[in-house]
Design a protein around this ligand. Sequence first.
Ligand SMILES: [Ca+2]
Ligand SMILES: [Ca+2]
Length: 166
Amino acid sequence: MNSLIVTQTTGFSMTLIIGCILFLLDIAFGCPPGWTTFNTSCYHLSLEEESWMDSMKMCEIHGAYLVHVNSASEDTFTTNLMVTNGAGHAWMGGSDWTVEGMWVWEPEGELIQYSNFAGGEPNNKDGQNCLKKGISQHYHWNDQDCDRLYPYICETTNKDGNPVAG
Ligand SMILES: [Ca+2]
Ligand SMILES: [Ca+2]
């Protein structure tokens, strides 16, 4: 009887250990299910339309942030992600809420270096403070009313910080 309990306990422990190893391997070598790898980050496009604020919150709930597009290649990647998934528009994590005309990546407030605004944008029309891109401006960037509802892209860093193939 005792040996049966020991065997069951050992079996359970082994299952737990193997489960932990697989979990750690997943963290070390790729993005979670439903997330796409690009360079050192994982991305998730949500087709559920939310305000900029709720998009930000949903990303944070999932341990991520509303996407920071820091380069032309990341810009192209995120546009392709939108086109592939049929999202005509998407929120990004930029805003000029704090200082009008000073665009930063939220929530840290890092100044936006690379940008790809459409001609005539950002125009702050009726007080637009939130960053999006969409098909109507050929996926160039635009400042928009933060309460508008759009799909959105969350980004989180790959836990090992290294590019992952595939
Ligand atoms: Ca503005
Ligand atoms: Ca605008």
